[in-house]
Every structure is written in C-alpha cells, then in structure tokens.
Design a protein around this ligand. Sequence first.
Ligand code: HEM
Length: 113
Amino acid sequence: MDVAYNLILIVHFIGLASVVGGFLVQMKSAEKGVNPAMWHGALTQLVTGVLLVGLAEMQDFDVDHAKIGVKLVVTIVITVLAFVGRKKPLPQIGLWGAIGALSIANIVIAVLW
Ligand code: HEM
C-alpha cells in the first residue's frame, strides 16, 4: 500500500509540473491560454489527490481535512476554468492567469499549511 501511495504521489508531482509548466511556458507569448498540459495536469491533480486521500485514510495516516478541503475546492475551480478554456480561441489571458495563480496557491497551501 505504501508503494501505491508513493507511486500516486509521484504522479501528483508530475501533474503539478504539467499545470505549472503549461502556465510558465506561455509567460512571454501574446497568445496565452489553456493548453493541453494545463488541462491534463488539472485532471491529474484532481484524480491523484483524491486517490492519495483515500489511500491515506485506509492506512490511518493523518489527513488534515480542512487543508485537503481547501485544496480540493481550488483544484475543482482550476479544472472548471481549464475545461472552459480548452476549446476557446486564444488569447485567454484571464483564464491562463487564474489557473497559474490558483495552482501556485495550491502549492503554497500544500507546503505551508
Ligand atoms: C493544482 C492542484 C494541486 C497542487 C499544485 C498540489 C500540490 C501538492 C504538493 C506540492 C504536495 C507535496 C506537499 C507535501 O507533501 O508536503 C502535495 C501532496 C498532497 N496532495 Fe496535493 N496538490 C493539488 C491538488 C490536490 C487535491 C485536489 C488533493 C485532494 C483532494 C490533494 C491531496 C494531496 C495529498 C493527500 C498529498 C500528500 C501529502 C503527504 O503525503 O504528506 N492535492 N500536493
């Protein structure tokens, strides 16, 4: 079970890299918007985050429900914004900026809360 938890945590980090990487790579572009890396990364974070919580509960790991609840709500907002933007014409500066800012906020919450 520990191996499964650690493997999913690794995929959680890859999802994080995908959302934030997809955001950062467009920093200098005039045509900013939701790219596939951001959309798939958001979905990855949602799925792996929920799986991590499930596995943690099964193993009686301590889970901070308030922190996880806030991360879950922020990630749902990110995923909805990415879904809305993924087929819209560029530029989508607002969507791009909101997804980047919320993703970085979730990293801050994950590490500092
Ligand atoms: C954009 C969305 C997300 C980002 C950027 C993110 C970021 C992170 C980071 C940086 C860590 C490692 C922090 C640490 O272990 O100290 C982490 C771990 C974790 N995250 Fe997320 N996360 C996101 C979404 C979610 C969601 C939606 C959930 C659950 C519903 C979740 C649940 C967890 C859990 C359970 C851990 C493991 C903590 C541990 O083993 O200590 N995450 N996340």
